[in-house]
Write a protein that binds this ligand. Structure first.
Ligand code: TYD
Length: 214
């Protein structure tokens, strides 16, 4: 699978996604990697899904802190958030040659709605691909932790999805790992239980290997 072409005029934009269970430590890794790219002289846009645009922030509120949302409606709202976000924020930044690092992307929906909610991973993938007009990350980093460890780290605060049982989170985790195993050229899996600096070193090594950073 290849990303939909971007009309490049300047330097090549780079698109990196972080995925993983709730409480895996993605946001720390996003921050570290953004700093490394900035230190290398790149313009960096850090964003997250759901959210990342004013419309997305409203969708996020409905999805995470609102009342019950039926599974198909949930899948479509996550897709709507991504469609808007990619169009308004991510593609323009990539066209400008920036590095875009996102905390969650398409795979979160494939795992949480497709595998976790039994809506069918393939169907959700199709909906998501349509929503983002086939834009794929250059690299997806899966920060892996067990459902039990994720729950321990989250403590007593849970949003609507986080409050799902461990079985749900284990299905989500298994799906992230399966996607990574099926496409090792596009994925890096890191152990979310080790020291954050060590995880970052692994991510940088892979970015160097892929020619994303010097
Ligand atoms: P996240 O922003 O990581 O939560 P927080 O930073 O508040 O801990 O993600 C919000 C939740 O949304 C998380 O449980 C995963 C879920 N999610 C989906 O179910 N589908 C999606 O497409 C996305 C992007 C997130």
């Amino acid at each position: 699978m290849t990303s939909a072409p971007l009309e490049h005029s300047g330097p090549r934009g780079i698109f990196i996604a972080f995925e993983g269970g709730d409480g895996a430590g993605k946001s720390t890794q996003v921050r570290f990697l953004a700093q490394s790219f900035r230190d290398a002289g790149r313009q960096v846009l850090v964003t997250r899904q759901p959210g990342g645009t004013p419309l997305g922030a409203r969708i996020r509120e409905l999805l995470l802190h609102g009342d019950h949302v039926s599974p198909r409606a949930e899948a479509l709202l996550f897709a709507a958030d991504k469609a808007h976000h990619v169009d308004e924020v991510i593609r323009p930044a990539l066209r400008a040659g920036d590095v875009v690092i996102t905390d969650r992307y398409v795979d979160s929906s494939v795992a949480y709605q497709g595998a976790g909610r039994d809506l069918g991973a393939d169907e959700i993938h199709q909906i998501q691909r349509w929503a983002v007009d086939d834009l794929e990350p250059d690299l997806t980093v899966v920060v892996d932790i067990s459902a039990e460890e994720g729950r321990r780290r989250r403590g007593t605060t849970h949003d609507r999805l986080e409050s799902e049982a461990d079985d749900y989170h284990e299905a989500v985790r298994a799906h992230f790992l399966a996607m990574a195993a099926a496409n090792p050229d596009r994925y890096l899996v890191v152990d979310g239980t080790v020291d954050p600096e060590a995880i970052h070193a692994e991510v940088i090594l892979r970015c160097r290997h892929d020619g994303l950073i010097a």
